[in-house]
Design a protein around this ligand. Sequence first.
Ligand code: NAI
Ligand code: MG
Length: 329
Amino acid sequence: MYNIAIISGDGIGREVMSACEYLLDKLDLEFSFKYGEAGFDCFNKNGTTLPEETIKIAKNSDAVLFGASTSTPGEPSPIINLRKELNVYANIRPIKSYKGVDAIRDDIDFVIVRENTEGLYSQVEYGDENKIIAERIISRKASEKISRVAFNLCIKRGQNKVTCVHKSNVLKKTDGVFKESFYKVAQNYPQITAEDFYVDAAAMYLITQPQNFNVIVSTNLFGDILSDESAGLVGGLGLAPSGNIGDYNGLFEPVHGSAPDIAGKNIANPCSMILSASMMLDYLGEWEISNNIKNTVEKVISDCKIRTPDLGGKSSTMEVTKAIVKELI
Ligand code: NAI
Ligand code: MG
């Protein structure tokens, strides 16, 4: 029996989470779901974007599933704070071209490892109305830790190159430390090629030669930006899952946000959420079921018949979900 915290958030977060729950209910596994509120609607109701009760539910679970939340003006981001509360320091974002989906190339298979606790996500900004300073925090400890995650993941994936992405020509001190830490850790992995690019060049190479990347490790904001760019290479945000992993907790969420432009229409692609749940099952040690879900999603999408509009289809969120479930069991 797995205790899973379900935090749907708002916007399409709710729609893709219902789809995901529908699928999890059909699996030959026992789950106990506990529900937590977070996000914009939660703020309007409770005066906070992340209630203590939600943090408690998340901390007491075996794993957390998070949908998406709309940002609330003047309020902290619930997902950033939740990642910090759970100390899930590694944000793992696999990028892969799927058969039959319009991708820039059909041989893309890399993963972005984004540092999740520091960088420009400190949410510390101060100054007066004419000049405002944002704190960009980079520590050797967190930089070495995330580099180790990247090299270990490279081995697990059977690949042989890790690319560090930074901007140390301008952010000489902070990204100087990030790059130094990366190469220090790289010495312990002589069988793996270690290379680094400035973030602007990396953004171009992602378009011109995405097939050459295996594992990319970067700071919080660069990792965030490159994730959406990378999702765009292989069919968009509807297919981009992620896992936030720490030493004691795992939180799984689609890369996308609450998509207000399509919320409430039952046309959001559920695959990024379902693939995030597959990453959760892998984390929980249910490797076979996790792989089955991944392969089934790929099969259903590549059949081309049942797809949401973001992938050129006409099907609804639940039609796609039911097609995946039907194929799965
Ligand atoms: P977004 O990721 O919500 O949407 C970007 C574009 O991708 C939109 O055109 C949307 O329709 C499309 N899209 C996203 N997910 C999709 C799916 N599953 N199926 C089909 N199409 C999909 O980013 P946006 O519009 O910049 O932000 C909207 C809100 O979400 C903002 O308030 C933002 O702060 C918040 N946000 C929350 C995140 C989270 O909760 N983790 C992450 C990113 C943004
Ligand atoms: Mg993002």
